[in-house]
Write a protein that binds this ligand. Structure first.
Ligand SMILES: Nc1nc2c(ncn2[C@@H]2O[C@H](COP(=O)(O)OP(=O)(O)O)[C@@H](O)[C@H]2O)c(=O)[nH]1
Ligand SMILES: [Mg+2]
Length: 352
């Protein structure tokens, strides 16, 4: 979770994690494991009455805010930016709320401007990385060595990436093949990462929509949310929460939708298991095979994999219970290569 100072990152982080927000001025990165809401688990819980319910989770970081007012502030921002090269997703939090008590960045609330500034800094950070890398590779590619061919190929690619950034395009626009992606994967380019934009609005502007397709990838989800309101909501007991929401005329908290957008932007889906009293959602990348999904649950299950007994959640919801599913012939026995779908309920058959 990245953004300018006082855009509401810590407040939003607190809303999704239930942790106390970091005080303004903290320089440490906070971490929390955030459960991913899943209505399917609620439905299945009714049906199976499990002893335990385990949601999929996202590991989330709250990064102290940046300003780019001067060289000192930019150097501090650059240091923080270096620390987040290993993350899989960037959530860019933008201030759109009006509040005289919280002075806005550069004297005016302007989410599009803030996003542009953030993207520029991310591009600069990547440009620096590319330039350093090119410097090393130019030396290495001259020396005859085992990796010389590879170094030359990487050098060519890095130069292409440099050109892209210099014309203000993100690295993601210049990396075209899986092979190229593989080459640059370990470098942690920020502008190669998927992005979710969270626009932090005042409570009376929840129905505003924003689009920033000229600044970020047009496919990046843009979520309108009031961080302050969401934080207040999680602090209430269910009854007062319902009352408060009714007063505001809202039916759903936006936090769940926001976390789901992040999960989706990460390319994750869930398969579900009900084993010895535990109902559980397992996060996997789209395209994961049944064999690898089995490995998520336990390496023994992967090793001894026989079949994945699979029913789809939608079928179960429609028909009501497993008996009817069986009667309708909707239990599938899938093999190792089966590509798991979102909402598959899987019972792995395996040998130990
Ligand atoms: N009015 C209003 N104030 C907010 C909202 N979100 C955050 N704030 C306030 O803005 C200040 C900065 O918030 P914080 O989450 O610490 O920002 P960060 O620097 O991005 O982590 C705090 O005083 C918050 O109470 C919001 O949605 N509405
Ligand atoms: Mg903060």
């Amino acid at each position: 979770m990245l953004g300018l100072l006082e855009s509401g990152k810590s407040t939003l982080f607190s809303a999704i994690s239930g942790k106390e927000p970091a005080p303004i001025g903290t320089t440490a990165i906070e971490e929390a494991i955030v459960p991913v809401p899943d209505e399917r688990l609620d439905f299945l819980a009714e049906l199976y009455k499990p002893k335990k319910i385990t949601h999929a989770t996202i590991d989330s970081l709250d990064v102290p805010g940046f300003t780019f007012h001067d060289e000192h502030a930019r150097a501090a921002a650059a240091r923080l930016i270096e620390k987040i090269r290993t993350v899989d997703l960037l959530v860019l939090v933008l201030r759109a709320f009006e509040d005289p008590a919280v002075p806005p960045y550069r004297g005016a609330v302007d989410p599009a401007r803030d996003l542009t500034e953030l993207m520029t800094e991310l591009l600069l950070a990547d440009l620096q990385l590319v330039t350093t890398r090119i410097g090393h590779l130019e030396k290495d590619a001259k020396k005859p060595s085992k990796s010389q061919t590879y170094d030359k190929a990487e050098l060519e690619l890095q130069k292409k990436l440099q050109d892209a950034i210099e014309s203000e395009k993100p690295i993601s626009a210049a990396v075209e093949t899986d092979e190229q992606r593989q080459i640059v994967k370990s470098l942690g380019f920020l502008t190669l990462k998927p992005v979710v934009v969270a626009v932090n609005v005042s409570e009376n502007r929840l129905s505003d929509t924003f689009q920033f397709s000229d600044i970020v990838d047009p496919d990046a989800p843009v979520v309108t949310i009031s961080a302050k309101l969401e934080r207040e909501l999680v602090q209430l007991d269910p009854e007062s929460r319902a009352e408060f929401m009714a007063d505001l005329g809202i039916t759903r908290s936006a936090t769940g939708k926001f976390v789901n957008s992040c999960y989706f932007a990460l390319g994750l889906i869930s398969f579900l298991t009900v084993v010895s009293g535990e109902l559980r959602a397992w996060p996997i990348k789209k395209g994961t095979t049944a064999l690898d999904a089995a490995g998520k649950v336990h390496t023994d299950i992967k090793r001894g994999f026989i079949k994945a007994e699979t029913i789809s959640f939608d079928d179960l919801k429609e028909l009501g219970d497993e008996k009817k599913i069986k009667a309708a012939g909707k239990v599938r026995l899938e093999g190792k290569e089966y590509v798991v779908n979102d909402g598959d309920i899987i019972n792995f058959r395996f040998n130990v």
